[in-house]
Ligand binder design. Structure first.
Ligand code: GLU
Length: 436
C-alpha cells in the first residue's frame, strides 16, 4: 500500500448532520487516513461501516415491583484482525452513534497496539446511580443474555468502560457461564482476580496514560520531574494516572476534577492522600472533599489552566471550539475516548499543541485485557510485576511506532496513529479476501 503525504482535510464533518460529534470526528479522521494511505475505495467502504450492530430492549423489575425497559447496544466494528474487543458503558448519553464511534476507536486501538483483536463496544442508556445494586445486577444479567448470541471468547469479548467495573464483568461472565454450563473466564476481561481477572487490569488504562505522558515528555526533551499536570476526571483512569505520575515519576499534579468540579494547588496536590480518602469512601465527590490547601475550580477552568500537560480523562467532547483557543498546555494526553471534537483538534494542530490521541494514550486498558484473555485461555497466571513490565513494553512500542510515523511524514500524532491502524486493518481485510 503506497503511503503519500496529503493535505489534511477536515471538511467532511461540516455537513450539518445530527450524528454524535464523536462519530463525526472519528469518521473525518478516518477519511484523512484513507486519503493519506490512498486506500482503495472498496476497503474504505468496509472500514466505514460496523460489521454488526445489535440493539436490545432490556426489561427489568425494579425493587418496588415496577417494570422499566432500557435500551442497550453491542456494536462490532471489525473482526478482520481477530475477535472483536471493547468495553460496555452505562450512561444516560449512550446511543447507537456513540457506540458506533467507540467500536471504531477500539478497532484502531487494537491495531495501534498490534493486539490480535478487532473492535467492538456496548452500552446501556441508563443513569446507573438511579438503580440499586440489585437492579444493576438484574440489568446486567438481562443485557448479557440478550447480547449473548454475538459474544464469545473467539468472537467478541466485553470489558469495563464508563460506569462499569469488575463486579459488572463478574455478573456478565456468570450469566454467560450459566447458559454454557461451565465456567467461562475468557468471555470477558476486567474481571475480579478471583474469577480469572489479571493483576494490574484495574490500573492498566491509567498506567498506560502515565506511560504515554512520560514518553511524549521524553521525546520533547522535558524532564518529567516537576512537570505540572492537570487531570480532568478522577475515575478509574484519572485517579490511577494521577497516582502513578506523581508517585513513580515525581510529576506535579496541580489540578484534578470530577463531575462535581475540581481542585487546584499551584504547589501540587497530595494525590496519594486524596486517593486513599476516595478508596475509603466509595461514592465520595471532590465537592465533598474537605481539607485545606487548594482552590476550588470548575471543570472548564481546569482545561485552560497554565500547566505543561493536560490529561482529559473524563468523557467525550470536552475540548471544543469554545475552549481550544484558550488551552495553555502544550501537551494533551487523551485518557478518555474522544475528548477532543474535530474542530478543536484542528485548532490545536494549528497551534502546534502535541496531542497524544486516545487510540494510543488509553490503549493500556485493552492491552492488559489482552493479557487477561491470554492468561485465561492458558489457565496460567502472571504476577503483577510481569503484567506491568509487559504493559510498559507494549505501550512504549506502540508509542514509538506512532511517533516515528508522525516524525518521518510530518504528521500530527492522531493522523499518524489512525494511518498506522487503518493500514493494519486494511491489510487484514485485503489478505483475507471476501467470503464467499
Ligand atoms: N473500555 C476500555 C477502552 O475503551 C477497555 C476495552 C477493553 O479492555 O476491551 O479501551
Amino acid at each position: 500500500m503506497a503511503i503519500k503525504a496529503q493535505p489534511l482535510s477536515n471538511d467532511i464533518a461540516q455537513s450539518g448532520s445530527n450524528q454524535s460529534s464523536m462519530l463525526v470526528a472519528a469518521m473525518a479522521q478516518l477519511e484523512n487516513a484513507f486519503e493519506w494511505l490512498e486506500l482503495e475505495e472498496g476497503v474504505r467502504e468496509i472500514i466505514r461501516q460496523s460489521e454488526r450492530e445489535l440493539t436490545v430492549s432490556i426489561p427489568i423489575q425494579r425493587d418496588d415491583g415496577r417494570i422499566n425497559v432500557f435500551t442497550g447496544y453491542r456494536v462490532q466494528h471489525s473482526s478482520a484482525r481477530g475477535p472483536c474487543k471493547g468495553g460496555i458503558r452505562y450512561h444516560v448519553n449512550v446511543d447507537l452513534d456513540e457506540v458506533r464511534a467507540l467500536a471504531l476507536l477500539m478497532s484502531l486501538k487494537s491495531a495501534v497496539a498490534r493486539l490480535p483483536f478487532g473492535g467492538a463496544k456496548g452500552g446501556i442508556a441508563v443513569d446507573p446511580t438511579s438503580l440499586s445494586a440489585a437492579e444493576l445486577e438484574r440489568l446486567t444479567r438481562r443485557y448479557a443474555a440478550m447480547i449473548r448470541p454475538i459474544l464469545g471468547a473467539k468472537r467478541d469479548i466485553p470489558a469495563p468502560d464508563v460506569n462499569t467495573n469488575p463486579q459488572t464483568m463478574a455478573w456478565l461472565m456468570d450469566t454467560l457461564a450459566m447458559f454454557q454450563g461451565h465456567n467461562l473466564p475468557e468471555i470477558t476481561t476486567g474481571k475480579p482476580l478471583s474469577l480469572g481477572g489479571s493483576h494490574g487490569r484495574t490500573e492498566a488504562t491509567g498506567r498506560g496514560v502515565a506511560i504515554a505522558t512520560i514518553e511524549i515528555l521524553k521525546r520533547l526533551g522535558r524532564n518529567p520531574k516537576g512537570t505540572e499536570i492537570a487531570i480532568q476526571g478522577f475515575g478509574n483512569v484519572g485517579s490511577h494516572a494521577a497516582s502513578i505520575l506523581s508517585e513513580e515519576f515525581q510529576c506535579k499534579i496541580v489540578a484534578i476534577s470530577d463531575e462535581s468540579g475540581g481542585i487546584y494547588s499551584q504547589s501540587g496536590l497530595d494525590v496519594t492522600k486524596i486517593v486513599q480518602q476516595f478508596k475509603a469512601h466509595p461514592g465520595l465527590l471532590l465537592s465533598d472533599y474537605q481539607i485545606d490547601g487548594f482552590d476550588r475550580i470548575s471543570n472548564d477552568e481546569l482545561l485552560v489552566l497554565d500547566v505543561d500537560v493536560l490529561i482529559p480523562a473524563a468523557m467525550e467532547d470536552q475540548i471544543t471550539v469554545r475552549n481550544a483557543d484558550q488551552i495553555v498546555a502544550q501537551i494533551i494526553v487523551e485518557g478518555a475516548n474522544g475528548p477532543t471534537t474535530l474542530e478543536a483538534d484542528r485548532i490545536l494542530r494549528e497551534r502546534s499543541v502535541h496531542v497524544v490521541p486516545d487510540v494510543l494514550a488509553n490503549a493500556g486498558g485493552v492491552i492488559c485485557s489482552y493479557f487477561e484473555w491470554v492468561q485465561d485461555r492458558q489457565m496460567y497466571f502472571w504476577d503483577l510485576e510481569e503484567v506491568r513490565s509487559k504493559l510498559l513494553m507494549a505501550m512504549q512500542k506502540a508509542f514509538e511506532e506512532v511517533w516515528a510515523m508522525a516524525d518521518e511524514n510530518k504528521l500530527d500524532m492522531r493522523t499518524a496513529a489512525y494511518s498506522l491502524a487503518v493500514q493494519r486493518v486494511a491489510e487484514a481485510i485485503q489478505q483475507r479476501g471476501l467470503f464467499p
